[in-house]
Design a protein around this ligand. Structure first.
Ligand SMILES: [Zn+2]
Length: 356
């Protein structure tokens, strides 16, 4: 019985011991192993997140690469157009630079031209004053020289260049062109005006519109008359760089003053002089009434030979006048005439230059 008790007790003790050891083991496990398991779990979680991030990064990299590839493809698709636009901008920039350089050169050129124009203006005035002195000497009988101011009205025309060629071919002959913008149509009138100036001839004002009837813009009123002189002055200045200073009435002063009696004072107010002529080729008018070149030669020779200072009226649209000039001028030079350009500063003839 006792043995049985001890066996039972031992068994209980053994069970208790086993339980105690189990409990201690459990406690040990709980105290030592459980935290480790938690860390592992956490580590696994971090590793999982890292892996996820890695995957996300790889996905983003793939997407970026795909988008870049797409962008390159797009660029290749718009390539020629894109290249053309870039090229045109580059071209525009180069052209702008070139234009700026040209502009700077032009500005320098204008400054030089203004200097040159001032010099030419001064030389012209000096020359005009010499002519004026010569006129005074001729009028007082101190000089046997004779002056002819050969004037040509209504140009430039389609044959003005022929007149200029003929004058170039003669020895030291200078004339005066009374230009009228609208009197004749010629494709190169501005070029002709500049050639007249640079050839040493004089370019003067014959109104802008050159309409001789009383209803036209030249003689409609004193205001209109003034405007016509101003318009032509502005145009000639723009083309040649010089203000004319002498006006010739379309149709002559007697005709013009019959419509605008105050015309001489208008001219004076504008700082101008005006002249008519004291010799006339009568080379204008209806075509069937125009004189032959031989008649013009006779008129030039006889009329000019009577004058110490002659101012002859001709027109550089009449080809017979061109022929007559070629013949008459050398003969008149032999008689002692010099052919000079007319300047405002040298007009001393007063009423003697008015229409005869
Ligand atoms: Zn005229």
């Amino acid at each position: 019985m006792l043995k049985s008790f001890f066996r039972t007790t031992n068994t209980v003790l053994l069970i208790v011991a086993i339980l105690a050891v189990g409990f201690l083991g459990y406690m040990f496990y709980m105290s030592v192993c459980f935290p480790s398991a938690k860390y592992d779990e956490k580590l696994a979680s971090i590793e999982a997140m890292t892996e996820q991030t890695r995957q996300n990064t790889a996905a983003a990299e793939r997407e970026t690469a795909e988008r870049l590839e797409q962008l390159h493809a797009d660029l290749r698709n718009v390539g020629p157009e894109g290249i053309a636009i870039a090229d045109s901008f580059e071209q525009l920039r180069a052209e702008t630079e070139e234009k700026n350089a040209q502009l700077a050169e032009l500005e320098a050129q204008i400054a030089r031209d203004e200097d040159m124009q001032g010099t030419v203006e001064a030389m012209r005035k000096e020359y005009a004053l010499k002519i004026r002195k010569l006129e005074e000497k001729i009028q007082s009988g101190e000089s046997e020289v004779r002056i002819c101011y050969w004037t040509l009205d209504d140009g430039p025309t389609y044959i003005t260049s022929n007149f200029l060629d003929a004058l170039d071919a003669m020895d030291n002959v200078h004339v005066t062109f009374f230009a009228a913008n609208m009197a004749n149509d010629s494709p190169n009138e501005e070029e002709m005006l500049r050639r007249e100036m640079t050839s040493g001839h004089s370019v003067q004002n014959h109104s802008y519109a050159h309409v001789t009837n009383g209803d036209g813009p030249v003689y409609r009123s004193a205001e209109s008359f003034r405007e016509q002189i101003e318009l032509q002055d502005a145009w000639l200045y723009e083309v040649t760089g010089f203000h004319p200073g002498i006006f010739r009435f379309p149709g002559g002063s007697a005709w013009g003053r019959s419509f605008v009696p105050t015309a001489p004072s208008v001219i004076e107010e504008l700082g101008y002089q005006w002249v008519d002529w004291n010799c006339n080729l009568y080379d204008a008018g209806a075509p069937e009434k125009l004189p032959s070149s031989s008649l013009e030669i006779t008129r030039a020779m006889t009329q000019i030979s009577e004058k110490k200072i002659a101012m002859i009226l001709g027109h550089d649209w009449n080809v017979n006048t061109l022929v007559a000039m070629r013949e008459a001028i050398p003969q008149l030079q032999e008689k002692g005439y010099v052919f000079l350009p007319l300047f405002q500063e040298s007009v001393t003839m007063g009423e003697a230059t008015k229409a005869v």
